[in-house]
Design a protein around this ligand. Structure first.
Ligand code: SF4
Length: 449
């Protein structure tokens, strides 16, 4: 019998939620004694975790499957595109198995069939926190699966089902282990973070001798006990979001904010009629007043949002309403997409599609308007001192992020004297900001005289 461990290659595509699925599968593979290898040549079988959200993601996923078949031959497909097995089989009839998102059991069965595990109990030594694909000092914390909403442009509920919240004590215990393992920043993810616990009627559980509700605010209070950064993603503008803003202004015993003053809150549009057509959850009116109120409580709050332009039926006047909203809201970070029909979405049946060239023109106008706002927001930070978390060293520079920067989607802080200051990844440091461009900040560690 061969002494070598069976070897699995892994390709992880898609959003942070898919990344968490990949981490779970990788953890299970390691528990069962599989080695995870970096090249197709070294792998005995390859798992591809796909994304199927928009057409370009489908193409990227199908290309990745094709590459894995060409380079290795033995390919197991999972993830969101796995909900459309016929599409995968049509393009790549040779795949060994297809399963949908979070179907860890099917992936493991397919791996067992293609490549039986080697039985060795001493191989079962993996950290409790599992295998992480992110650097050691930050981690995604998934608090729920699925979604109870039915936004007309989205097919996630049909792929991932209704909301299922993880019990709050389970989430807090996972967060605690991550913090003990060296994680300095938790990125809370779900499809709708503000809906956390609705499905379990906010059930109460004990953690560290205290009772917590399975609810966004209680979760944030629990996470604030860990004394590290906690960043919330995918929060929808429900009234109870106001309840967590005071935590963003409060400082804990170790000088760290109890909750990062950062909200990733996808508004998608500003016209009430378009929002209704989109069937968006949350309050659609008084958004501007609420943003002002949040800023009066936590003045340095960073608001990141995403928008769709050219949604079916969007008139020029409604689009201009959106531009006016940008001017008034002065959001820090904004992503925008031209509407693109997703197979199976109910918005496809809406009348008055916006012509492609009008969509492209509106997207360009939107991005131009926001670019000036984002650049001015960054420029206003020149001369301030920002608490940053170092991600990496690059020659003389340290690459870090401030409280305003989520990994991968926001900007960076380049610390010019990072190497000289002896900075290391995962370290917090106060940086004097000396310059800015459209996306990033530049600064130096302040040395005492
Ligand atoms: S809230 Fe809307 S966009 Fe988000 S996952 Fe649910 S249905 Fe999709």
């Amino acid at each position: 019998m061969s002494l070598a461990n069976p070897k699995v290659g892994f390709v992880s595509l898609g959003c942070p939620k898919a990344l968490v699925d990949s981490e779970r599968i990788l953890t299970q593979l390691r528990v069962e004694g599989y080695d995870i290898v970096q090249t197709y040549d070294d792998a005995d079988v390859v798992v591809v975790n796909t994304c199927g959200f928009i057409d370009s993601a489908v193409t990227e996923s199908l290309d990745a499957i094709g590459e894995a078949i060409a380079e290795n031959g033995k390919v197991i497909v999972t993830g969101c595109l796995g909900k459309k097995p016929e599409q995968i089989r049509e393009a790549h009839p040779g795949v060994l198995s297809i399963s949908g998102p979070q179907d860890y059991g099917s992936v493991m069965s397919a791996v067992h069939a293609a490549l039986p595990p080697k039985h060795d109990p001493f191989l079962n030594l993996v950290p409790d926190t599992g295998i992480k694909l992110t650097p050691k000092h930050y981690a995604y914390l998934k608090i729920s699966e699925g979604c109870n909403h039915r936004c007309s442009f989205c097919i996630i509920p049909s792929m991932r089902g209704d909301l299922v919240s993880r019990p709050v004590d389970q989430v807090l215990r996972e967060a605690e282990k991550l913090a003990m393992g060296g994680v300095k920043e938790l990125l809370v993810i779900s499809q709708d973070t503000s809906a956390y616990g609705v499905d379990v009627k906010y059930a109460q559980h004990e953690w560290r001798g205290k009772t917590y509700q399975t609810r966004m605010k209680a979760l944030c209070e629990g996470l604030s006990e860990l004394g590290i950064w906690t960043r919330l993603h995918y929060v929808y503008p429900y009234p109870h979001v106001d309840d967590i803003i005071p935590l963003m202004a409060e400082t804990g015993a170790n000088g760290m904010r109890k909750l990062l003053p950062y909200l990733d809150i996808p508004f998608q549009h500003a016209s009430p009629r378009v929002l209704k057509l989109m069937k968006r959850p949350g309050a659609v009116d008084k958004t501007l007043e609420r943003i002002q109120r949040w800023r009066s409580i936590a003045p340095d709050i960073t608001i990141r949002s995403t928008f769709i332009v050219g949604f079916p039926g969007e008139t020029e006047a409604e689009f201009e309403e959106l531009l006016d909203f940008l001017d008034e809201a002065q959001l820090d970070r904004v992503g925008a997409f031209a509407y693109s029909p997703v197979d199976g979405a109910s918005a496809n049946a809406l009348p008055d599609p916006v012509p492609e060239e009008v969509k492209a023109e509106r997207l360009a106008r939107f991005m131009e308007r926001q670019a000036d706002i984002s650049a001015a927001k960054l420029e206003a930070k020149v001369g301030t001192t920002q608490r940053c978390l170092v991600d990496a060293l690059d020659g003389e520079l340290a690459i870090a992020r401030s409280m305003a920067d989520a990994p991968e989607i926001d900007g960076l802080v380049q610390i010019q004297n990072g190497f000289m200051a002896g900075l290391k990844p995962g370290e917090f440091v106060d940086v004097e900001i000396m310059g800015s461009d459209e996306h990033d900040l530049f600064g130096e560690v302040a040395f005492d005289d």
